[in-house]
Design a protein around this ligand. Structure first.
Ligand code: FCB
Length: 473
């Protein structure tokens, strides 16, 4: 079904020398990542109820060609085959998320034993193959009932999330040690409640800021619950899509624009999580727009639970200007923050390929938040690859992307960043949110008509790179 390739043979992009392996230590943690709604399908089986994504997919125009996650990669029914694929890559860990409405239909009350049974089997299958299960509690599939009750802008959702964390720990805590509370709260808050491009599709900046705070509060409450109920030692962290923001020039307006973007993209999360306070400049910027974070007494202490690790998802970096195309620094009385494309090569998402930004980001996080081990919990690229006549998927652009970003991780380590592992996004082509099945991030190709899986050449390259790095080749 797949062609064996010689080690490194797929890394034929100009800047990824064919024989190079990244300068990473033998005990570096290697993984692949997915999320529940993007791969599981079985959307209404075994007691699962609707999440905000099931609802959003049915809003005309919300998702590319009306695609939805009803079937996705049918992973719910093909899980053992998919675990075989993971094992074939030789990775140490598999990062997956739990579907909240599968485990706790409706978002409150008792656990659904049929839903839990799926994750029970998944964890056992992984452990039987010596693969570490790395659980994400929340990768965006809020039970619809909780959205109907106010969603993340409502404070109570944070408490519901802690209850869900307790149910998950109760069922899986005897075997799962690595727990991530949230995946990319920026996306949940800003894309979900301000731009409306993600579920639930609301467009109110005040709701988005309330969501930021309640997601962070939910993280803190869940971290407390996980630690209070864990039967043994666990590692608790959070995954952020921290932005690396650079000013277009050294001009004051551009530096200010980069500061604002960094504040709302990164520091509004990392500061309360690690330092226990929201950044004063961000609070001021929000105040100028009539926005506030609904902080109550004691919240910041809850949010700043000790973190065992920080997960970083990285795809691209951005350069910012403080003036618009007409040179105006203020529009409607507010300062301009404009993203400026750099004319670099892009992926199928139109995201510029910026591996140096990953090095800079990791070094900066290590410097500003010392003592916090970092794992790159997602990195990868969509390209329009198609199987050739022989059924093989030759994806040199993706391989080059991985090679360059792994080198960037090695460079960050050499510069002092405590980066301990890396997860490729994604194991499978899958439901890419608003882009539906149109964008393919997998290192394994999925033919959605037949559900046939074919490892792409990048998967072979990844496997060989892991093997060779471990061997110190
Ligand atoms: C991240 C998401 C992940 C996937 C990648 C491409 O923001 O966490 O689910 O969509 O982007």
């Amino acid at each position: 079904m797949t062609t064996r390739i010689e080690p490194g043979a797929a890394a034929h992009a100009a800047d990824a020398p064919a024989t190079a392996v990244p300068a990473l230590p033998a005990d570096f943690l290697w993984g692949v990542a997915t999320s529940a709604y993007q791969i599981e399908g079985a959307a209404f089986e075994d007691g699962r109820t609707a999440s905000i994504w099931d609802t959003f997919c049915r809003v005309p125009g919300a998702v590319f060609e009306g695609h939805n996650g009803d079937v996705a990669c049918d992973h719910y029914h093909r899980m053992p085959e998919d675990v075989e694929l993971i094992a074939g890559l030789g990775v140490d860990a598999y990062r997956f998320s739990l579907s909240w409405p599968r485990i706790q239909p409706g978002g409150s009350g008792a656990a659904n034993t049929r839903g839990l049974a799926f994750y029970d089997r998944l964890v056992d299958e992984l452990l039987a193959r010596d693969i570490l299960p790395w659980v994400t509690l929340y990768h965006w599939d809020l039970p619809q009932e909780l959205e109907d009750a106010g969603g993340w802008p409502a404070r109570d959702t944070a408490h519901r999330f802690a209850d869900f964390a307790g149910l998950a720990m109760g069922a899986l805590g005897d075997r799962v040690r690595w727990w991530t509370t949230l995946n990319e709260p920026w996306c949940s808050a800003v894309l979900g409640y301000e731009t409306g491009r993600h579920a639930p599709g609301r467009t109110d900046p005040a709701d988005a800021m309330a969501a930021v705070h309640h997601l962070l509060l939910g993280h803190g409450l869940a971290a407390q619950r996980l630690r209070a109920t864990a039967p043994g030692p666990i590692q608790v962290g959070i995954t952020l899509n921290t932005a690396h923001a650079l000013p277009a020039t050294d001009a004051r307006a551009d530096r200010e624009a980069a500061r604002r973007a960094d504040g709302l993209g990164t520091r509004i999360y990392t500061d309360p999580l690690v330092l226990g306070s929201y950044p004063a400049d961000v609070v001021d910027d929000l105040g100028a727009r009539g926005l506030r974070l609904p902080v109550q007494d004691g919240d910041l202490a809850v949010i700043a639970q000790p973190l065992d690790f920080l997960g970083v998802n990285y795809y691209t970096s951005h350069v910012f200007s403080g003036s618009d195309e007409q040179g105006r620094e203020l529009v409607d009385g507010l300062p301009v923050t404009r993203q400026v494309p750099q004319g670099l090569p892009v992926t199928a998402m139109d995201w510029e390929i910026t591996p140096d930004g990953l090095t800079d980001l990791l070094v900066r996080l290590g410097r500003d938040y010392p003592g916090l081990p970092i794992y790159v919990t997602e990195n990868g690229a969509a390209f329009d690859d198609r199987p050739g006549p022989d059924g093989e998927v030759d994806d040199p652009d993706r391989t080059a992307y991985y090679a360059r970003h792994l080198d960037a991780v090695a460079a960050a380590r050499a510069a002092g960043a405590d980066v301990r592992g890396y997860f490729a996004w994604s194991l499978l082509d899958n439901f890419e949110w608003g882009y539906g099945y149109e964008k393919r991030f997998g290192i394994v190709h999925v033919d959605y008509a037949t559900q046939r899986r074919t490892p792409k050449q990048s998967a072979h390259w990844y496997r060989d790179t892991i093997r060779r790095t471990r061997a110190g080749d």
